[in-house]
Structure formats: C-alpha cells, structure tokens
Design a protein around this ligand. Structure first.
Ligand code: EPU
Length: 430
C-alpha cells in the first residue's frame, strides 16, 4: 500500500495534459462486446478501473491488446459465457454495463452486484426497468443480477430519475433490439454522447444523445471500428480546482472547453481567471478567492464528481459558501471530517455543507474515502501550510492517471511512499 506526502503552500505553474475520460471509457470498452470484429480505441486513460475492465473482458474470453500507451485493440469474437462473478465485478460500478452488452449479445447475462465509490444506497432500479421494458426478465439471486430474454424488442421508456448509468445501460441493451426504442428523461453527460458516437461509428442508429430524448433504431449487426475517447471533464476540473486553491498559472491541454463551462463559470465567480482557446484552458489565480454557492446537478449542471474539489477551494474563500449535493445524499460529504482535520471550517446538515472560508489550511494525516474525495484532499494538501500525509490513495488511482507525476511536473511537492506493513496492519485494526 502507498501513501502520498504533500508539502503544501506551493504555486502550480506549467502545462498539464488531460487523459481520456474514465466514465466514457468504462462504457465504451464493454460496448466492444456488441461488435462483430475488432475495435481499436484511442485515448484510453491508464487508471486502475480500466485495468480491471480489461481483466474482466479477458476472463470472458476476449483478446485485449495495448497497441501503444493509450491505444487498445479489443476482439470479443470468442466471448461465449456471459457471466461476471463477484471477484471481478465487486471493484467497480461500471461492471454493470456488462449486463446491457451481454444481454444484447447473448440474450442472457449474470453479473455480480456492482462495487464502486460508496455514497450510500446507489440503486439500479432504472436499469432493470429499462431491460424489462425491452422484454427481458431480471432477477437478483445470491448477489448476482440475472437477466434474460427470448428476443429484445424496442420500447418507449421514461426514466423516473436522471441516471447516467441507466441511460447508458439501456442504450447498450437496445442498440440491436428489434424496432425503435425511445428513451425519455435521459442523462446528458458528455460521456453519453461519446458512447452514442462510438456505437454509431460501429453502425448503430442512435439520435438525440446529449438531449432528454434518445431515439434508437435497432440494427442487426455492429461492426468493428476505430474511435478516440473524449478528454476527461472531471480530471480537467480537478486541475482547475488545484490551481484555484494553490494559486499559480496552468495551461490545461486536451480539453473540450464547452464541457468545462459549468466548472469554469463557478471558478470565475470565485475570482479565478479562465481563458479558453481551441482545446486548452489557461487557468490562473493570484488574488483572494471569493465565496459562492454551488449545487450539484446532472449535466449541464455543476457535476457531483467535482463537489469535493470545489468545496476545498471554497474552504479558502472569503466569506460563507453553501454547497448543496443534488445528486447523492449526505454520504458524499464524508470527506468533510478529514477537511476539518486540516483546519477547514465546515458544517454538514443533510445535503448542504456550510463552509466558512479560512485564511489557510494546515497539513495533517488524512485518509481518502473515495475517488473524488481523495483528489480533493490532495488539493487541500497542495494549498495547506505544512505536510499532508494521505492514505487510501488506491481510490485515487482508480480514476486519475499519474496524478502525482502530473502535479510534480507543474511544481507541486508531492511524492508517493510505501506504507510499511506494520503500519498498514495498525491502520486496519483502527
Ligand atoms: N439512481 C436511482 N436509480 C437508478 C440509478 C440511479 O435512483 O437505477 C439515482 C442514484 O442513486 C443517484 C442518481 O440517480 O442519486 C444519479 O445516479 P447515476 O445513475 O447518474 O450515477 P451512476 O451512473 O451510478 C455515474 C458515474 C459517477 C457519477 C454519477 C453522476 C460512472 C461509472 N459513474 O454513476 O462517477 O458520480 O454518474 O454523474 O459513470 C466518479 O467518477 O467519481 C463517479 C462516482
């Protein structure tokens, strides 16, 4: 096990390049199961969630071959047994996309209940409702979700909640269903559009992705394709928040500025300068940070996956800010206990965090409780006076490619240290 050691109070200056989007990649890689032929996917992020997905595909019988550092070739021709056991599925949320793709390909699928970041109850009723509307039966038995159908038939489905996962999963299951499927009240995140573009490049007929209504004309065959994944909106936002908190000037390369609008607008309100040009953002902050309120919402609202990072920036702003978690419950504020240990003045009341800005945070030993909370505590450490020791960093490695290397290249004083086994054991007893 490793920990990060951050010597804070250092400005960030230089250039950083954003990797491919995790939440697009975790949908697009399972979607290769639908192709007859090989798919070549470019701009793959080098993160542990993707390594895990490759492991699952290989266990199912696929060939997965890295052609270079960011390009993978996937051939799913020899997949026959559509079963993903607990040992493989439990580490990541996106394993549930194998339900939609395997159901479409094999007319049946059994996938263990998914893992992923723990923000409390994360139901999948809307995925199941969608599969059932397409003509499948769904049951849960001994921790496995089992679904099967004689034949999938297009249907009109209205989602009761706006869900990224349900929109993607039902899109995956319906792309080869007979007839027309209409999905209403869909999520509109950039990775949903990216998945639809990927499927269309394989011969699918999907229109309206990125709006509330997606219309899918089922096709019989999808062929192999070559496709490049969009840049990661949340990784880019995390570097923007880092320079906002620590100060300095960062050129952030390989972004789609339109996807960043919701984040750029908030940071601008707070006194951060954001300049867009083609596929770059130049972000700088030298003056004091101003308070503001943030409410997380589905896209194009402010992303819940940026809530902890922006809260850390607000903890250093002048005045009192409110952060409302509009997607998940209070569980997504678990990291606030750690921020308090660093001197943050924060109170949580249900879905609302009240943040009283302080002049400075102080380094402390803290623990990541999930992926984005971990990234937020790194940001807190970069801005804080003194040394921060962050443990449970495996959460961060699930979704950020080489966070330490990228931060070091722009002047951060951060390093990785092995945790001696004895200390690890003590931590587990605690
Ligand atoms: N919901 C339901 N029923 C469902 C599905 C969702 O009630 O069947 C609720 C959830 O409980 C939640 C809300 O709907 O309150 C939104 O959940 P959504 O389904 O959109 O989330 P998800 O698909 O499980 C993805 C990302 C998350 C990100 C959310 C919201 C992936 C693999 N995960 O999760 O990403 O927080 O969308 O944008 O795409 C992360 O990257 O750190 C991460 C957690």
């Amino acid at each position: 096990m490793e920990k990060f050691i951050v010597q804070g109070d250092t400005r960030l200056c230089g250039e950083v390049t954003i990797s491919g989007a995790k939440n697009a990649a975790v949908a697009i890689i399972p979607a290769t199961i639908l192709a007859q032929g090989k798919c070549v996917i470019e701009n793959i992020p080098n993160i542990s969630d993707i390594t895990m997905l490759f492991k699952i595909l290989r266990a199912l019988g696929a060939s997965v071959r890295m052609l270079d550092r960011t390009t993978v070739e996937v051939d799913t021709t020899y997949i026959t047994e559509p079963v993903v056991p607990y040992e493989l599925a439990r580490y990541m949320r996106a394993s549930y996309y194998l339900l939609g793709t395997l159901l479409s390909r094999c007319n049946r699928a059994s996938v263990s209940m998914p893992g992923g970041c723990n923000f409390g109850v994360r139901p999948i009723d809307q995925h199941m409702k969608g599969f059932e509307a397409l003509g499948a039966t769904v049951s849960i038995d001994s921790g496995m979700i089992n679904t099967k159908a004689d034949m999938l038939l297009g249907a009109h489905i209205y989602f009761d909640v706006v869900s990224v996962g349900a929109t993607i999963n039902v899109m995956l299951a319906s792309v080869k269903a007979k007839g027309i499927t209409i999905l209403e009240n869909c999520a509109k995140e950039p990775h949903i559009v990216d998945l639809a573009n990927f499927l269309n490049s394989m011969g699918a007929d999907i229109r309206g992705a990125g709006t509330d209504v997606i219309k899918i004309h089922g096709v019989d065959i999808l062929h192999g394709t070559t496709y490049s994944i969009i840049p990661d909106q949340i990784e880019a936002g995390t570097y923007m928040a880092a320079v906002a908190a620590a100060g300095g000037r960062l050129l952030i390369r390989n972004v789609i500025p339109k996807h960043m609008d919701c984040i750029s607008a908030k940071l601008t309100e707070m006194g951060v300068t954001v300049e867009e040009e083609d596929d770059t953002l130049l972000v700088s902050r030298s003056g004091p940070l101003q308070r503001t309120n943030v409410k997380t919402q589905p896209y194009p609202g402010f992303p819940t996956d940026m809530q902890p990072q922006i809260a850390v920036v607000l903890s250093l702003a002048q005045g009192t800010s409110l952060v409302t978690e509009g997607v998940y419950g209070a569980n997504r504020f678990k990291y606030m206990d750690e921020l308090r240990r660093m001197g943050g003045q924060v109170q949580v009341d249900g879905r609302v965090a009240v943040i009283e800005g302080v002049e400075y945070l102080t380094g402390a030993p803290v623990q990541a409780c999930d992926l984005r909370a971990g990234a937020a505590l790194v940001i807190a450490g970069l801005a804080a006076r003194g040394v921060t020791e962050l443990t449970q960093v495996q959460f961060i490695e699930r979704g950020y490619e080489d966070l330490v290397g990228k931060l070091r290249s722009v002047g951060a004083d951060i390093r990785v240290e092995e945790i001696p086994e004895a200390q690890e054991a003590e931590a587990h007893i605690g």
